[in-house]
Design a protein around this ligand. Structure first.
Ligand code: ASP
Length: 442
């Protein structure tokens, strides 16, 4: 199979996104019909995520040769994830306090409408359903994190409860169920342990080890094939989603009440993606960070179009190895883990959204409460799955922690599909910089 012309592909994808948004604005009802094409593209990507993650993590560890060599990159990755996520939250808190998008932008009538909607349509039930889908946890387990949903007396969940539930997300009692739900964390954990075992078994398992590497190589080839049709898939995805928003009149919300909120999130994401992450990249590599953004552009545009870190993962890995030249060892280990637990964009958005809701509903949050928001937004981002709008669901942790009414999530609901695209692109970019940092450190 010949290599696709990669720089041309980026131009094609950019053109596809512009054309899709344009046609969605002019012919929304026609644009919605491209949904099928978008869904096929998305399914092709999602189809290979589980086998790709399992074989990549395993072959990454097999490539290390010795389990003990995992300590340094593993520690570096975790430290990087935590540091950048916390930095992102602080950028979010800074911009939302500076711009104050919720002050005087949401009128009483809209607040009452959101409240009435929550009373009749039970958004909690909808959110709970989305949450069980996203995390693979049972409703009871989620009730443990989000007291709001539990049948018992209502109490704010403690940080301990949240941590306990995050820890539980690492383990599964059924590997196949985890694979079927694309719950990547338990699969990654299993793959690490399994590959570590293989490295201790010598020549007895050499065929199996070679097979794992070969399957991984073949899957990466498959990703190249999918990327060839990505301009078309991305056109369909974006046209259908923007067309639907235009047809439902949701784009109007952008110029009405939530415009400032969206601008604040995008501004904060811009600071994180164009200043903080490039600075970290430069500190570790002394190379031009904006060239790196260009090299990763196909992954970033795919993230914008799919709003899913997990679905974008195959493209991210391909770009990082093939275009940016990041070492396979680092990519195969850092990116799958990062796609699930390292979400800078999501953390930043959670902080902004929580404060926006507080400002709009007249809650005055003290500095201490804002610190609680910083801690819980970090945990909520770690707990969010790499699927569309997962961050919206885990934001309940943040709202609960400072006693903000969960039903006012309705205020940001109508534009979340759009905000999600920007934050997912930043999530992916954060993962890629992480892969480079870990490569340098180890
Ligand atoms: N859609 C995001 C992702 O996949 C998660 C979120 O913030 O909703 O990375």
């Amino acid at each position: 199979m010949s290599e696709p012309k990669k720089s041309h592909l980026t131009l094609w994808i950019c053109g596809a996104i512009v054309a899709a948004i344009g046609s969605a604005l002019v012919f929304p009802h026609l644009a919605v019909k491209f949904h099928v094409g978008g869904e096929i593209f998305l399914r092709l990507l999602r189809m290979i995520v589980v086998p790709l993650v399992v074989t990549s993590v395993m072959s990454g560890i097999l490539g290390l040769g010795d389990v003990r060599k995992l300590g340094r990159p593993g520690g570096a990755a975790l430290l990087y994830y935590l540091t950048t996520t916390v930095l992102a939250v602080f950028v979010g808190l800074m911009v939302v306090n500076l711009i104050q998008p919720g002050m005087g932008t949401v009128d009483e009538a809209s607040l009452a409408a959101v409240k009435a909607e929550s009373d009749t349509n039970s958004p909690k039930a909808r959110l709970l359903m989305a949450l069980t889908d996203a995390t693979g946890l049972s409703k009871e387990e989620i009730g443990g994190v989000f007291e709001e949903f539990s049948p018992g007396p209502q109490e704010s969940p403690t940080i301990g409860t949240i941590l306990k539930n995050l820890l539980l997300m690492l383990f599964t009692d059924n590997l196949f169920a985890a694979a079927a739900n694309t719950s990547l964390l338990p699969l990654i954990l299993f793959s690490i342990v399994f590959a570590c075992m293989l490295t201790t078994m010598g020549s007895r398992v050499s065929h199996l080890s070679a097979m794992i590497e070969q399957i991984n190589d073949a899957l990466m080839r498959f990703v190249l094939l999918i990327m060839r049709i990505s301009p078309l898939g991305i056109f369909c995805l974006v046209a259908a989603r923007f067309g639907q928003a235009q047809a439902e009149g949701k784009l109007l919300d952008l110029v009405n009440q939530t415009g400032w909120y969206v601008l604040t999130v995008v501004f904060g994401l811009g600071i994180h993606a164009c200043c903080i992450l490039p600075l970290i990249y430069w500190c570790f590599t002394r190379k031009n960070p904006f060239r790196f953004i260009l090299q990763m552009s196909q992954a970033l545009l795919t993230a914008f179009s799919t709003a899913s870190s997990s679905a974008t993962l195959p493209v991210t890995m391909e770009c990082a190895i093939d275009r940016a030249g990041v070492s396979e060892r680092s990519v195969k280990f850092v990116l799958p883990l990062g796609a699930t637990i390292n979400m800078d964009g999501t953390a930043l958005y959670e902080a902004v959204a929580a404060l926006f809701i507080a400002q709009a509903t007249g809650y005055d949050l003290s500095l201490l409460q804002q610190l609680v928001i910083a801690v819980t937004a970090t945990l909520a981002a770690i707990g969010a799955a790499g699927i569309p709008e997962a961050g919206l669901v885990t934001m309940i942790i943040v709202l609960n922690a400072v006693g903000l009414p969960v039903e006012y999530i309705g205020l940001v609901l109508s534009v979340d599909w759009l905000v999600d695209r920007f934050r997912t692109a930043v999530n992916i970019y954060g993962d890629c910089v992480g892969a480079v940092v870990v490569e340098r450190v180890s």
